[in-house]
Design a protein around this ligand. Structure first.
Ligand code: ADP
Length: 157
């Protein structure tokens, strides 16, 4: 039984995130999308809003669930009996950051295996922060996020 977690801020979730979720759901028996709620960070959408946006768009994947995590991901994984930590990688910058993160998580718990999934080429420029900025200037984000996320961003700006 392969249970993986895919953690992130998802603020907001983009087509790049959904692409990883879709591909991972076809590989692992179970995938938990873990929405980060870090009290030191300021988010644009609340954890509940981010969970709802992702859950509504992943309903068709029966092996995908969406949960919030407000502590260390390694602790969350231990509690949920998951060994595989999945991260998406857009390029070498992402990789060097993700590599360090994986080393830190390994130091915290040796049983955790970080796996990297490369982005599909059409999504490699998608980044939540740039999409928020573009939306704040009323730019066209329709090719970057699902319609419900575009609506939520539009409503907020
Ligand atoms: P974090 O704050 O943890 O970096 P993000 O929401 O930015 O959270 O990203 C969550 C995960 O999704 C990370 O592994 C990130 O590299 C990956 N990711 C983000 N955008 C894309 C994309 N366009 N293609 C593939 N993976 C992506």
């Amino acid at each position: 039984m392969l249970r993986a977690v895919f953690p992130g801020s998802f603020d907001p979730p983009t087509l790049g995130h959904f692409n990883i979720i879709e591909r991972a759901s076809a590989i692992f028996d179970e995938l938990i999308v873990v929405v980060a709620e870090n009290r030191q960070k300021r988010y644009f959408f609340s954890a509940e809003e981010r969970v709802k946006l992702i859950a509504d768009l992943t309903r068709e994947y029966v092996n995908v669930s969406v949960l919030v995590c407000d502590r260390l991901i390694v602790e969350f994984m231990q509690q949920h009996n998951a060994r595989i930590l999945l991260r998406g990688v857009r390029g070498s910058d992402d990789f060097s950051y993700e590599f360090e993160l994986s080393m830190m998580n390994k130091a915290l718990n040796r049983n955790i295996e970080t796996l990297f999934m490369t982005t599909d080429p059409e999504y490699f420029v998608l980044r939540s922060s740039s999409i928020k900025e573009l939306a704040s200037f009323h730019g066209d984000i329709s090719g970057m996020v699902p319609p419900s996320v575009a609506e939520a961003l539009k409503a907020r700006f």
